[in-house]
Design a protein. Structure first.
Length: 415
């Protein structure tokens, strides 16, 4: 009966009252030769690059950066919050394009406590992550005549998002104190954005010094440039005092971007952007046209997760766990790779190791992969690939303590 009802609805059958059900006169036979050809023959509208991301390889010891540990994640607490959000009567519309109001309120309160940012919920917009925030800002501000300054080395996916509009990427070097302010352009050209990761420079691990933070804001305000502050793992500090977020310092040019991908789990796909009320409203209007927004259930569950204190308790647990992993990594490097020099362990979830060997970092990375250990050479994150650098990046959050020891031991043999 179900099959007949479907065929009737599709017009292949027709029912005649008091007579029966018959094949429709308009029905036609579908053969293999009449199937639609789904192979696109028209040219693509424009080139779309392959996303520049680190691939995940199951079964190997993976030291790739930006991979949080899920060992201590409170799964049951998260599931209860999500279930409670899912039990509410659904809204009849798509929800606030700026994001769930309760979630924006609890994020604003958390940022006040943790990062010294004084914000209202109207100054926050919920995103699908930092890259979406960068894309939205790029589409609103940039065109082919624009110039954007990025850290070099830096985050490849952010660079790709900034490049989609055809804007010119201007690399600026970094050192142990973060972005080198003296290397910023001094010409009279216009520079729309400066994209920085000041809390823990990706991927070298350095922190932007307080003096450079003030100098960067001065430079941007004089040129009417926007600073995009990506605070992707600013919650994790170890032996150093906190530095103020750029957005918490007196300024008129900083847009603050945060994410829950590193503190909770990447598949959550929830982040936020904080800026002036007027700019947030413009981003909200623009994003509404595109239709991008995290699930209302996910937003509701996350708001409750933060409000009940689960989020901050999780952060405190992870700080202790990452501190142990950090200590294990440092000791393992001393034991098995004593000629290497480690940097960037003060904060964040990855470190940089300058190899004291004649072998290139790329060669060691390739050998390590064959031996079941994933490490990325620093050169992978450089804009100018021809520049030689003999350093590797070690993300120590995802591997277990035993895997860290075994992985560094393997690297020591190859080293």
């Amino acid at each position: 009966m179900t099959a007949i009802e479907i065929l009737l609805a599709e017009g292949l059958l027709e029912a005649k009252v008091g007579s029966g059900t018959y094949v429709s006169m308009d029905a036609s036979c579908i053969t293999d030769n009449s199937q639609p050809n789904l192979e696109l023959t028209l040219p693509l509208p424009r080139r779309v690059w392959k996303p520049n991301i680190d691939s995940c390889t199951p079964g190997q010891i993976d030291f790739s950066p930006c991979r949080p540990s899920l060992e201590g994640f409170p799964v049951q607490d998260w599931q209860r919050c999500l279930a409670h959000a899912n039990s509410r009567v659904p809204a009849a519309d798509y929800g606030d394009p700026q994001g769930d109001e309760k979630l924006r309120i609890v994020i604003a309160e958390y940022l006040r406590r943790s990062r010294g940012l004084t914000l209202s919920s109207d100054q926050i917009l919920i995103t699908n992550g930092t890259v979406e925030a960068i894309y939205l800002l790029s589409e609103m501000y940039l065109d082919r005549d624009c110039k954007v300054i990025v850290e070099n080395p830096g985050y490849p996916l952010a660079q790709q998002a900034l490049s989609l509009s055809g804007t010119k990427i201007i690399p600026c070097g970094v050192d142990e104190n973060g972005l080198i302010i003296d290397d910023l352009p001094n010409d009279k050209d216009n520079y729309e954005f400066v994209y920085v990761t000041p809390s823990h420079q990706f991927p070298t691990g350095s922190r932007l010094s307080l003096g450079r933070r003030r100098a960067l804001i001065d430079w941007a305000e004089q040129r009417k440039a926007l600073i995009i502050e990506d605070d992707y793992d600013g919650e994790f500090r170890y032996d150093v005092p906190p530095l103020p977020a750029l957005a918490s310092m007196p300024n008129s040019c900083v847009v603050y971007c945060g994410t829950f991908s590193k503190t909770m789990f990447p598949g959550l796909r929830v982040g936020f952007v904080a800026a002036s009320v007027k700019l947030i409203q413009q981003i909200s209007n623009f994003r509404t046209i595109l239709g991008y927004m995290p699930s209302s259930i996910t937003q509701g569950g996350l708001a409750e997760f933060i409000e009940r204190g689960h989020y901050e308790r999780h952060i405190h647990r992870m700080r202790r766990l990452y501190a142990r992993k950090r200590k294990t990594l440092s000791q393992a490097l001393c034991d098995f790779m004593p000629t290497g020099t480690i940097r960037g362990l003060d904060s964040g979830l990855n470190a940089l190791v300058e190899l004291g060997t004649s072998q290139s970092a790329i060669a060691i990375s390739n050998k390590a992969k064959r031996a079941g250990v994933i490490v990325q050479p620093l050169q992978r994150y450089l804009i100018n690939k021809d520049k030689k650098d003999n350093s590797i990046i070690l993300g120590y959050a995802k591997p277990s303590i035993d895997e860290i020891i075994q992985g560094i031991k393997t690297l020591g043999k190859l080293h």
